[in-house]
Design a protein. Structure first.
Length: 129
């Protein structure tokens, strides 16, 4: 497509998920430029860092940074998905945390006081559904 650009980018990191996220964040900050000129300077600094990462030849370091970023954002996305799942099912089920192993247990509502046995660690505790 662009052979000259391919030559320039050969052996370089390129735009990975972290660089693209930084650029999008910088554009969002530009929307708040009316607040202060420092916001614009901060957005330009973020953009410069993202472009520097894209042209970096230290591939191992950039991949490690990107991997950490993906791991953190993946954990956040997973926690949000679990929260959303529990929110949708809160009318039919009651959610408990095992006091022993902290695993999440889902039990149907309307059973009254019951004795709960954790399937992971076998700990018995009481709860009200």
């Amino acid at each position: 497509m662009f052979p000259r650009f391919r030559q320039i980018m050969a052996g370089r990191n390129g735009f990975d998920r972290l660089s693209i996220t930084l650029i999008v964040f910088a554009f969002i900050l530009d929307g708040f430029a009316f607040l202060s000129p420092l916001v614009v300077i901060f957005a330009l600094a973020i953009t410069a860092y993202a472009i520097w990462r894209a042209f970096s030849k230290n591939l191992a370091k950039r991949r490690e940074e990107n991997y950490r970023f993906i791991r953190i954002t993946g954990d956040i996305a997973e926690a949000f998905a679990q929260w959303k799942f529990r929110l949708r099912q809160r009318k039919q089920y009651r959610f408990f945390s095992c006091p022993g192993c902290k695993s999440k247990l889902r039990l149907p509502r309307g059973k009254g006081k019951i004795s709960i046995t954790c399937p992971k660690c076998g700990l018995k505790f009481n709860g009200k559904t």
